[in-house]
Design a binder for this molecule. Structure first.
Ligand code: F0G
Length: 461
């Protein structure tokens, strides 16, 4: 690789096809957010200027992915596209069985239907919301063991996504290994701020689990970003390629679940990878009942082509450098203006620390939701609350139990926005921060029992 003697990190891509973005007024947005019940999931994308709701399935695909889409072999069974996909996935996971699904949560539902159920517990560094719901829906308990530093948004550390190994071991002893069918590790840790997990922590988690005969599965939707952070921050990995690092990460696990809508650099897809033939057979059975045949799993075969290419492109270290630098660029602009964010910035998003941003709003009045609405009104930017709305619970007496952190996630879609879009985003968030005293608490006026944040309706108190 030719290394240029330049400091500026450029987008290592140029624009070939464009899509106009809507520009609205503050007056219009006040009305629109009210009509959306103050929940950004109800906004129509035609009314969103910069969409930072998620980095999932929002990737801009490359010319070579679009080209390969034309090569999709739409055969129901034994499609050529499936074998290209399988080959690409085995290239970094080395798992024996690869079962495609239409997205990550389909893989979760299938796996936890097989191994979950009442009396079982699934520990993790931190489960993502759909993972937690699929575990709980099966009747099992979803347990989180982040490290102490992992839940301190203001403390800088290299691997804040790590598992607390001691707490995990205490939990195994208390619960009994026979009640823990497997342990998950989310790389990077999305709900914990997009923070990476170190190779040492993956290795240590594995050796602890081995002692008790419990398999380890990675929730690996952002594995390439995690591997890149290992290269940047963990001793001994500086000279390894990101692909080599990824291969080592997967080598310590017995299987994985992936939402390929993230580091698959595609708009849809997912899979289960496993070395366990029994799990694989059972998963294929369930797959056929609700998703589709084993060589497409609910996807169009052309999507498998796009993924096969995505799994090559994601290892491009110029891409990964630009990716994490773009996230950091937004984070640095906010820090410079005094906006409290979770530090250091992770792989796919900047997380505002709502507790410090709006300390006058108690967690039960959803400070993150209030900030989210104001960011939309100010700049037409759509972000999402990751705090009491998403993970809050009620105790027996109806009292609010808050999660450890109240965050607002500004997720950056891959290869979509330019530096001026990021500048504009920073400006809007800084505006909201300057008038933070005017932010008001909120209440939920309607909700469902599982994954309420997607559809809950809010109003100001
Ligand atoms: N695991 C993690 C860590 C995730 O971030 C997601 C999705 C899933 C599993 C489920 O995958 O959406 O394909 O069904 N995260 C998206 C997000 C929705 O916005 O962070 P899915």
């Amino acid at each position: 690789m030719l290394l240029l003697p330049m400091k500026t990190v450029i987008e290592p891509i140029k624009i070939k096809s464009i899509e106009p973005i809507p520009i609205t007024t503050v007056g219009q947005r006040k009305k629109l957010i009210k009509e959306a019940f103050y929940n950004t999931f109800y906004l129509k994308s035609e009314n969103v200027t910069i969409d930072l709701l998620t980095d999932s399935g929002t990737t801009a695909m490359s010319a070579s992915q679009w080209g390969r889409i034309m090569e999709g072999d739409e055969a129901y069974a034994g499609s050529k596209s499936y074998y290209k996909f399988e080959n690409a996935v085995k290239g970094f996971t080395n798992y024996k069985f690869i079962i495609p699904t239409h997205q990550g949560r389909a893989a979760e539902r299938i796996l936890f239907t097989i191994i979950g159920g009442k009396g079982k517990a699934i520990p993790s560094n931190t489960h993502f919301d759909t993972t937690r719901s699929n575990v709980e829906y099966s009747g099992a308990k979803a347990m989180d063991f982040p490290t102490k530093i992992g839940i301190m948004p203001e403390v800088v550390d290299d691997f804040k996504g790590n598992m607390d190994i001691e707490a995990l071991e205490a939990f195994i002893k208390k619960t009994g290994k026979e009640n823990i069918p497997l342990c998950m590790l989310t790389v990077t840790n999305n709900s914990g701020g997009g923070q990476p997990v170190s190779m040492k922590n993956i290795r240590d988690t594995k050796s602890l689990l081995k002692k008790y005969g419990i398999p380890l599965y990675l929730d690996c939707c952002r594995f390439a970003e995690n591997a890149y952070f290992i290269k940047l921050r963990e001793k001994g990995y500086e000279k390894k390629s990101v692909k080599e690092i990824a291969v080592e990460m997967f080598s310590y696990a017995d299987g994985c679940l992936m939402s390929a809508k993230k580091d698959g650099l595609s708009n849809t897809g997912g899979f289960i990878g496993t070395n366990d033939e029994k799990i694989s057979n059972k998963a294929k059975e369930l797959l056929i009942i609700t998703e589709g045949f084993t060589t497409y799993g609910g996807l169009a075969r052309r999507d498998l082509e796009a993924l096969a290419v995505g799994f090559e492109e994601v290892f491009d270290e110029n891409y990964l450098r630009y990716r994490v630098e773009q996230v950091k660029y937004l984070g640095d602009k906010l820090i410079e203006a005094g906006v409290p964010i979770l530090v250091p910035t992770g792989g796919h998003a900047v997380y505002l620390d709502a507790k410090r941003f709006a300390p006058h709003i108690l967690p039960e009045y959803f400070p993150g939701q209030s900030i989210t609405c104001e960011i939309y009104v100010t700049g037409g930017i759509r972000v999402v609350e990751i705090g009491s709305v998403m993970f809050g619970r009620k105790d027996k007496n109806g009292k609010h139990i808050a999660p450890p952190m109240e965050l607002v996630r500004c997720a950056i879609p891959r290869r979509v926005y330019t530096e001026s879009h990021i500048n504009y985003t920073a400006e809007a968030i800084i505006e909201v921060f300057k008038s933070r005293n005017k932010l008001r608490g909120m209440k939920i006026v309607w909700e469902v029992p599982f994954l309420r944040h997607f559809t809950a309706k809010f109003d100001y108190i």
